[in-house]
Design a protein around this ligand. Structure first.
Ligand code: 5AD
Ligand code: SF4
Length: 440
């Protein structure tokens, strides 16, 4: 009998990407095999994101286009999951306007997918299964990981911070830490399978451990992971500046496997806006933190997230953000146009910034950031860096790409069989987003 095939389209953050790796594992256990494209598959899953409006609109656009596919192949199963489905409003839109969707599930019940598929097959009726809160962490799902040498590992779920612009606390629920033993067992297994690099994932990893019923911090978790034989690099994201402790900075400096890289979202350089965002730190606090970190780990690379056009952002506030990024000298940054998310506090704020102003500021922010990235990359010229080789470049099959411990993307010539190995590369060219060199 011909094997059934599946296709997963993922939107949003690394946590969603990792959830899709879990979904893929569940489906392959059901004997589904991965299809190259939607057109050829028997099951299509959209793993959705709600953080910004454009991600949401893309999903509706894509779902609309699937109507035809379903008409041609009525046996096709279409499922939608992820953060969008955690809101009643989005579920109702799907149920009323996208009737060709067969299964709706959420972020807290991924493990039930096989059951939901069977229920749909038996009844032929739309299946909706959502758990509002992450009651218990389900530990028996593995992942079909994209790479065989680097892996995402969840350490906590949810967020308690309620930044006023952000929908995540409403979709992913309250913060919950995984048991350290489960995390360590998972990483030991990964190490035995040959994985060299792991990225620990959570909305706010610095507050890891708070929901355990004994005292255990993120810094302690790093110490325990650092002992695992075979693992060579440890990364983590995301850190919240208000929770980044001195203990953590010390441990980052001391542990050999923890990479010299920190993603520390600042969001804005204006104290007035930071307060209105409920970020609970000032630009002075943030700067002090960066100074401490750079002192402890001089070659660390720092990246950030910045939102442009938060309600009430004046030209003066925005200029403070521009000033701030020049002062910090970020290695890279994710920049976002503020997007109104219904249900958040900021959505109800007055003085929403007009789109034209947001776009104009956004461009000015990029024009400020790119030369800074370039300047930071110039520091790598003629240096030799350790690179974990990741893949063949999409634009040139003679060229490989990989990353340094500091997270820099490196291009160099080499043979495909180096993928998954560590090599030393001497840097000869610097650009804003990549460095080029040759293996030595
Ligand atoms: N509009 C724009 N950007 C947002 N982010 C979160 N919510 C919004 C929003 N409503 C950004 C923040 C966060 C990143 C993951 O997404 O910068 O750090
Ligand atoms: Fe959203 Fe703030 Fe939580 Fe990050 S820390 S997920 S921005 S509420």
């Amino acid at each position: 009998m011909k094997k059934k095939t599946y296709f997963i389209q993922t939107y949003g953050c690394q946590m969603n990407e990792h959830d899709s790796e879990k979904i893929s594992w569940l489906l392959e256990n059901m004997k589904y095999i991965k299809a190259d494209n939607k057109e050829k598959s028997d099951l299509i899953i959209y793993n959705t994101c709600l953080v910004r409006e454009n991600a949401e609109l893309k999903v509706y656009g894509q779902l609309g286009a699937l109507k035809n596919l379903k008409r041609k192949n009525p046996k096709l199963i279409i499922a939608v999951c992820g953060c969008m489905m955690q809101t009643e409003k989005a579920r109702n839109v799907i149920l009323s306007k996208y009737k060709h969707v067969d299964i709706i599930f959420g972020t807290n019940n991924i493990h039930k997918l096989p059951q939901l598929i069977n229920r749909y097959k038996q009844t032929g009726k739309t299946v909706v299964d959502i758990e509002e809160e992450n009651q218990e962490i389900v530990e028996n799902i593995e992942s079909n990981r994209k790479y065989s040498f680097k892996a995402f590992v969840d350490i906590m779920y949810g967020c308690n911070n309620f930044c006023t612009y952000c929908i995540v606390p409403y979709t992913r629920g309250r913060e919950k830490s995984r048991d350290p033993k489960d995390i360590i067992d998972e990483i030991k297994k990964l190490a035995q399978a040959g994985y060299k690099e792991i990225t620990l994932l959570g909305q706010n990893v610095n507050s890891y451990g708070k929901t355990l019923n004994y005292s255990y911090t993120f810094a302690q978790l790093l110490k325990d992971i650092n002992k695992i034989k075979g693992i060579e690099r440890i990364r983590f994201m995301t850190s919240h500046p208000k929770d980044l402790s001195d203990e953590l900075i010390e441990v980052m400096a001391e542990l050999d496997k923890v990479c010299e890289q920190l993603h520390l979202p600042v969001q804005s350089g204006s104290n007035r806006i930071l307060k209105s965002m409920n970020r609970k730190y000032t630009r002075e606090d943030y700067l002090q933190l960066i100074n401490k970190i750079k002192k402890a780990i001089p070659n660390i690379s720092i990246s950030t997230d910045i939102i442009v056009g938060f309600p009430g952002e004046t030209e003066e506030d925005f200029n403070e953000t521009l000033d701030f990024v020049k002062q910090i000298k970020y290695d890279s940054a994710f920049t976002f146009l503020y997007s109104t998310r219904k249900g958040t506090i900021a959505a109800k704020m007055e003085n929403q910034v007009p789109d034209t102003v947001k776009h104009e500021r956004f461009q000015r922010l990029l024009d400020t950031l790119y030369p800074i990235f370039y300047e930071e990359n110039l520091k790598y010229l003629n240096k030799t860096v350790e690179v974990l080789v990741e893949e063949v470049s999409k634009n040139n099959e003679d060229v490989l790409t990989g990353r340094t411990r500091t997270g820099k993307l490196i291009h160099f010539k080499g043979d495909e069989n180096l993928i998954g190995k560590m090599v030393n590369v001497k840097i000869k060219t610097a650009k804003s987003f990549t460095l080029e060199g040759y293996i030595i």
